[in-house]
Design a protein around this ligand. Structure first.
Ligand SMILES: Nc1ncnc2c1ncn2[C@@H]1O[C@H](COP(=O)(O)OP(=O)(O)OP(=O)(O)O)[C@@H](O)[C@H]1O
Ligand SMILES: C[C@@](O)(CCOP(=O)(O)OP(=O)(O)O)CC(=O)O
Length: 420
């Protein structure tokens, strides 16, 4: 394995991966173990400057077992999804040589070397912000770099898919399609980049993290129940999504915002309709989610053409995609009018990510929030304000795929291989 008898070396890689939000949803599997979907899906990758996972992976002959720490706490790697990803990557490792450090690892050695993994999400884990997507994409990407895997990004996406379906789409930046594929072993169920983030860089994304007390049904069990009981889901997968995928690809190619927004909104609504059509029904959105939908729908209707698209995953958080910066500032003003912060919240923690939008919207203090006029489209029927119903907003944009970071960013200590 290593030259000589020195077993003190540690080899490590640190990487960063983005999260993603689907605009044509994945909901339903045809194979639970391989994680093969019943339809294609399309997502946008979110800027890792605002939402990302950072993962450091290391191998050393002195590590006694595989170990992982998530946000500083040790977690078990025993689950089938972690095991599948590690097994698939290990079997694709290639020879590695660093003469300076005296490290020489042969292809077959990767199976014997234990790994240490430390990962950190710069946003809340398991809060409906797709931490599993960024997390498994980062795990697969960083272990693949460490083990000198030569496979292309598409093949890595098929491995990340086995950690969490939506994770395969986080292997690329910009606009990404997950092709469901036909092969029973899943080899063609991979992510494909449709366009880079630079292709349509006017889009601005505002996420409303909606306060929610109850624990929702996980995506994994929710979609299993929908496949078993919802006739609407089967109709959606067979008849509706294939056409929408073609239309969405066309809308992205032409930067056609009205088509993009209409498709994203109807698809999110149909996904939630499938959840309601499940027996027993699954409720992911709440009253606040519904209020946000009607705010956007009213505005879009008044303008005569969509200004903003909305989409909701398996939870109440709204992801709002504005057609440009100017529309995003107007959107923020409306959102802060309807959903001002609770009295004890300070404004600088109420909007995170790209905070410069606050200033552009003319909002610097709580007084500016209180002075916001009611949106013109509701002037005859002013709704009540809902302070505290939104926990906070995140302003972001489209972003890049995974990258390797320098060793200074490592989460594991270079000498001990333990979390810093
Ligand atoms: N950085 C990470 N590295 C590896 N696995 C992670 C990471 N972050 C999250 N996970 C895995 O994802 C699980 C959380 O996924 P879950 O689907 O419950 O929440 P979510 O992805 O944040 O929300 P949602 O899927 O509703 O958008 C964690 O329990 C863990 O197994
Ligand atoms: C509603 C969704 O976010 C569902 C995501 O489901 P997951 O990828 O979290 O499910 P598993 O494959 O079981 O891990 C829609 C989407 O991202 O396409």
């Amino acid at each position: 394995m290593a030259d000589g008898s020195d077993k003190s070396w540690i080899l490590m890689v640190t990487a960063q991966s983005p999260t993603n939000i689907a605009v044509i949803k994945y909901w339903g599997k045809r194979d639970e173990t391989l994680i093969l979907p019943i339809n294609d899906s399309i997502s946008v990758t979110l800027d890792p400057d605002h939402l990302c996972t950072t993962t450091t992976v290391a191998v050393s002959p002195k590590f006694e077992k595989d170990q992982m720490w998530l946000n500083g706490k040790e977690i078990s790697l025993a689950g089938g999804r972690f095991q599948s990803c590690l097994r698939e990557i290990r079997s694709r490792g290639t020879d590695y040589e660093d003469q300076e450090k005296g490290i020489s690892i042969k292809k077959q050695d990767w199976e014997k070397l234990n790994v240490h993994i430390a990962s950190f999400n710069n946003f809340p884990t398991a809060a409906g912000l797709a931490s599993s997507a960024a997390g498994f994409a980062c795990l697969v990407y960083s272990v693949a770099k460490l083990m000198n895997v030569k496979e292309d990004q598409g093949q890595l996406s098929a491995i990340a898919r086995q950690g969490s379906g939506s994770a395969c789409r986080s292997l690329y930046g910009g606009f990404v399609k997950w092709a469901m594929g036909n092969d029973p072993n899943g080899s063609d169920s991979i992510a494909i980049q449709l366009a880079t983030e630079a292709h349509w860089d006017e889009l601005v994304i505002i996420i409303a993290v909606v306060s929610s007390r109850q624990k929702e049904t996980s995506s994994t069990s929710g979609m299993r129940e929908s496949v078993e009981t919802s006739p609407l889901l089967l109709h959606r997968a067979k008849e509706v999504v294939p056409k929408r995928i073609v239309q969405m690809e066309e809308a992205i190619k032409n930067r056609d915002f009205p088509s993009f927004a209409k498709l994203a909104c109807v698809d999110s609504n149909q996904f939630h309709a499938c959840c309601l059509d499940t027996s027993p029904p699954i409720f992911y959105m709440n009253d606040t989610s519904h209020k946000i939908i009607s705010c956007v729908e009213k505005w879009n209707r008044t303008e005569g053409t969509p200004q903003v698209a909305y989409t909701f995953d398996a939870g109440p958080n709204a992801v709002l995609i504005a057609k440009n910066r100017q529309v995003a500032t107007l959107l923020l003003q409306k959102l802060l009018f309807y959903f001002p912060p609770a009295s004890e919240t300070d404004l600088s923690s109420y909007l995170i990510g790209d905070k410069s939008i606050l200033k552009e919207a003319g909002i610097e203090t709580m007084k500016d929030v209180e002075a916001l006029p009611p949106p013109p489209e509701v002037k005859d029927n002013i709704p009540s304000k809902n302070a505290g119903d939104v926990s906070y907003f995140i302003c972001t944009r489209l972003g890049r795929g995974p990258v390797v970071l320098s060793d200074e960013k490592a989460l594991l200590h270079p000498e001990t291989g333990l979390p810093k």
